[in-house]
Design a protein around this ligand. Structure first.
Ligand code: FES
Length: 255
């Protein structure tokens, strides 16, 4: 069920030159939020469509989002400050199936796919699991939220150029540690998700993928989010990341 709430900004943080975090008072949406879901936010009068942004944290009546400035809407959002009021609709979409994780899930995020994995890891831990995380970034300057993940379990950070943490991709790190895990939950660009899904499949453990990078409007209006899925009869069917996802079982996706 989606809730519309007028939310007062408590805190704005610039995480680096293009990524920002907003923490807002959103008691009803934060109480209803499930890991992997997103919210729809109005971004000023000049921007008609709400922007879909994943939920990074939801607790004690507060909702935290982390986003990258990509256009006018997110630029407007990045300029909000404490005391401003935002019109938010959510939570939206299908999140992670938390019953399918087992005792040692690993949560993997790439770039802007990292923030939603924080609420997912927090929830898994609160449910009694011992989760780990693997976070991938382009370079040192792009690294975000590392300490938040570390507080919840073993966390590996990898950078594409080796300027921080492990030099390589999150798939390299997963491959090296796969035997320690009971399931994989991940969010990031499609090639990354495909690589992770294939490692998990080979190891015989479940993998859930959040394909939110493919979302545009988030309400079924732009159709950029169409994705090929496997139908039960073996045929291909098309779904929408914003309505049917963003989280799917990796075996459902036509890679
Ligand atoms: Fe626009 Fe799904 S994101 S239709």
């Amino acid at each position: 069920m989606s809730i519309q709430e007028l939310c007062t900004v408590r805190e704005r943080q610039a995480l680096n030159s293009t990524m920002f975090a907003l923490t807002m008072e959103a008691p009803r949406i934060s109480a209803a939020a499930q890991p992997g879901q997103f919210v729809h936010i109005t971004c000023g009068e000049a921007n008609l469509l709400r922007r879909p942004i994943s939920i990074c944290q939801a607790q004690d009546g507060l909702l935290k989002i982390v986003f990258v400035v990509k256009g006018e809407g997110t630029k407007w959002l990045s300029e909000r400050k404490a005391g401003d009021v935002l019109d938010i609709l959510g939570p939206q979409g299908h999140g992670f199936d938390m019953d399918a994780l087992g005792a040692h899930p690993v949560f993997i995020g790439g770039g802007i796919g990292v923030p939603p994995m924080l609420l997912t890891m927090q929830t898994a831990r609160a449910n009694g699991a011992q989760p780990s995380a693997i976070l991938g970034f382009r370079n040192r300057d792009a690294v975000i939220l590392e300490e938040d993940f570390q507080a919840l379990g073993t966390t590996y950070v990898a950078t594409d150029d080796g300027s921080y943490g492990i030099h390589g991709f999150v798939s390299d790190v997963l491959g090296a540690h796969i035997e320690e895990y009971t399931s994989v939950g991940c969010c990031g660009p499609k090639p990354m998700l495909r690589a992770l899904a294939s490692i998990a499949e080979e190891a015989g453990i479940p993998c859930q993928v959040s394909m939110e990078e493919r979302m545009g409007c988030g309400i079924g209006a732009c159709l950029v989010c169409a994705c090929a899925l496997k139908a039960k009869d073996g045929e291909t069917r098309y779904g929408h990341v914003c309505k049917d996802g963003p989280v799917f079982d990796s075996k459902e996706v036509e890679w």
